[in-house]
Write a protein that binds this ligand. Structure first.
Ligand SMILES: O=C[C@H](O)COP(=O)(O)O
Length: 252
């Protein structure tokens, strides 16, 4: 089963997520105006933790981070202390796998010393070539060698281009394969639309992350998360999962 992660930008949108709680699996706190994986305030994470049903894990992005392991480890600790149990780190400022591993090792230690059951997610960017950071296919190995629990891809530049525009489905499939080979979860995001759910399901993605697709007008900045769009997105995920399970070729 593919898990659905939805990213509200604050308490108000998290309450809208709570209205659609039966359709989603993870509430992911971020601050989109501070970047693709922009970090929100600790008190917002705490309020959102209190606002969504206790059985829904709260995730928090720690930011599009620089190559500064100490700074990032402290930020990650802040997120877990505030109640998040998925800690996502965007390796924006890491230009080599070694830098990514160094940052993620520090994060894993900071997070797991405080809360051993929290999940740490190493995120790269599908459009890494546009920002000069580490190659997407290096991320599963960074996750494995640092002890992170999941490898993720998102897009850094939210200009309407999508995950598959930068990393086509066959390369995403390799990403998933590499993550699974080392026992990690594979999470994929990046202006994902319902039409992308067929390939995402077929390649065995564990977590799909979205914001824009469940916002009014598909607009991740001006639009607000709509519970009925979350329900519709989930319905399409379920349809794809069912078709995949019975081996019927999906339309998309
Ligand atoms: O973690 C997932 C991101 O929030 C994806 O946002 P997006 O669907 O607007 O690109």
């Amino acid at each position: 089963m593919v898990l659905l992660l939805i990213s509200p930008d604050g308490v108000e949108e998290a309450l809208d997520c709570a209205k659609a709680a039966e359709h989603l699996d993870i509430v992911d706190v971020k601050k989109p105006d501070e970047g693709s994986l922009g970090a929100n305030f600790p008190w917002v994470i705490r309020e959102i933790r209190d606002a969504v049903p206790a059985d829904k894990p709260v995730s928090a992005t720690v930011g599009d981070v620089p190559y500064k392991p100490g700074t990032v480890a402290q930020a990650a600790l802040g997120a877990v202390v505030s109640g998040a149990t998925y800690i996502k780190v965007g390796l924006y400022g890491c230009t080599t796998p070694e830098q990514g591993i160094e940052v993620m090792r520090a994060v894993v230690r900071a997070v797991k010393d405080h809360r051993p059951d929290a999940l740490v997610v190493a995120s790269g960017y599908a459009d890494a070539h546009r920002i000069g950071c580490v190659n997407p296919l290096a991320v599963p190995d960074i996750a494995a060698r640092s002890g992170a629990d999941a490898a993720m891809l998102d897009t850094a530049i939210k200009d309407g281009t999508r995950l598959f525009d930068h990393v086509p489905p066959d390369v995403c499939a390799e990403f998933v394969r590499l993550a699974h080979a080392s026992g990690r979860l594979a999470a994929l995001a990046g202006s994902v639309k319902q039409a992308d759910l067929g390939p995402l399901t077929r390649i065995g993605t564990d977590i799909v992350g979205v914001r824009g697709a469940v916002c009014e007008g598909g607009d991740r900045n001006a639009g607000r998360i709509q519970p009925h769009l979350v329900a519709a997105f989930r319905a399409e995920m379920d349809r794809q999962a069912q078709e995949h399970a019975v081996g019927v070729p999906a339309v998309n």
